[in-house]
Design a protein around this ligand. Structure first.
Ligand SMILES: [Zn+2]
Length: 276
C-alpha cells in the first residue's frame, strides 16, 4: 500500500465525494449459478433495478446536477443498450464491471482474462465509450485479474479497501491508483436480500445515519469518499430516501466536491506518478 498526497480539491472544497452505482442486472444472479437462468421471479428483481430503479436514480441526479460513476457488466450493456445508454446521455461515467459478472476468485485464469477483454469490447461496441476504471464483481480481485486490468491500461481500480483515502495498490510489480470501497458504504450488505444471500434488510434511517457519519468524518479528514449502490436495492421506494438525503447534503454543503471517479483519478494522476 502506497499512500498519496491529497490533492487540492476544486473550488476550495474541504472534501470530495463520489456516488457510484453497480448496474448488474440479471448477470449478478446468472454468474452466481446457471440455475438462475430459469428462476424468472428472482431475475425479475434484478430487472427492476434496470427498468425502475435506474431511471429513478438518473432523474434525481439530473435534478441535483450531480455526475456519478456507473459500473456496468458488458453483458448487461448488451442486454439493455437503451437503458444503459441513458446513463451516458446524462453525462455520467461508465466503468468496467466484468462481462458476465463472474467473480474473479471463482473463475479460471483464462476466463478472468476473457471477462476483462469481453467487458471492454462490449462496452465500447454498444456504448461507444472506453471505461477508464475497473471494479471487480463482488470486489474480489485476484493476482491474475489485477495483471489483466493493469495490462488493459485502466487508469484506476475501485475494488479494494486497505485505506479510506485514494492510494496505490501494488501487486506483482504493477501499480494501480485505487479509489477504495467498503462494505459499510455499500447498500448491498446493509439493505439487500436475495434468495442465496440473507441480507440484513436494515431500516433505511440506520443506513442514512451511517453514511452521513462517514461524510462528516471525510470532511474532518479532507479526504475523498466513495459510496456504492445498486439500482435494485437503493431504487426501491423506501430506500430511495437514503440516496435523496445524501444528495441533499451534497447540494447544501458548499465545502464538498462531488465528482465522478474519473475526475478524482485525474486529480491524483496529475499530482503523482501512480501508474507503473
Ligand atoms: Zn456487481
Amino acid at each position: 500500500v502506497r499512500t498519496l498526497r491529497c490533492p487540492r480539491w476544486p473550488n476550495g472544497a474541504r472534501a470530495a465525494v463520489s456516488l457510484t452505482f453497480d448496474v448488474d442486472g440479471e448477470a449478478a444472479l446468472t454468474a452466481e449459478s446457471s440455475a438462475f437462468r430459469t428462476r424468472l421471479s428472482s431475475l425479475s428483481d434484478q430487472r427492476f433495478g434496470i427498468v425502475r430503479g435506474l431511471p429513478r436514480i438518473l432523474t434525481l441526479l439530473r435534478e441535483a446536477h450531480v455526475a456519478a460513476t456507473f459500473y456496468v457488466p458488458g453483458a448487461t450493456a448488451e442486454r439493455y443498450p437503451d437503458e444503459i445508454g441513458a446513463i451516458i446521455a446524462d453525462g455520467h461515467e461508465i466503468g468496467h464491471h466484468g462481462h458476465r459478472h463472474l467473480p474473479p476468485h471463482q473463475t479460471s485464469p483464462q476466463a478472468q482474462q476473457e471477462e476483462v477483454a469481453a467487458g471492454l469490447e462490449a462496452i465500447e461496441r454498444v456504448l461507444g465509450v472506453r471505461p477508464r476504471g475497473y471494479r471487480a464483481p463482488g470486489w474480489e480481485v485476484t493476482p491474475e485479474t489485477f495483471r489483466h486490468v493493469h495490462a488493459a491500461g485502466f487508469q484506476f481500480d475501485s475494488s479494494f479497501m486497505a485505506d479510506d483515502r485514494p492510494y496505490v495498490e501494488e501487486h506483482g510489480g504493477r501499480a494501480l491508483l485505487e479509489l477504495p470501497v467498503h462494505w459499510t458504504l455499500d447498500d448491498f450488505p446493509l439493505l439487500a436480500f436475495r434468495p442465496t444471500f440473507v441480507g440484513t434488510l436494515s431500516p433505511p434511517d440506520a443506513v442514512r445515519d451511517l453514511w452521513l457519519r462517514e461524510l462528516g468524518s471525510a470532511v474532518l479528514d479532507g479526504r475523498h469518499t466513495t459510496f456504492t449502490m445498486h439500482p435494485e436495492v437503493i431504487g426501491r421506494g423506501s430506500r430511495f430516501g437514503v440516496l435523496e438525503a445524501l444528495v441533499t447534503v451534497l447540494m447544501d454543503r458548499e465545502d464538498l466536491w462531488v465528482a465522478r471517479h474519473t475526475d478524482v483519478a485525474d486529480l491524483y494522476t496529475a499530482g503523482d506518478g501512480v501508474s507503473s
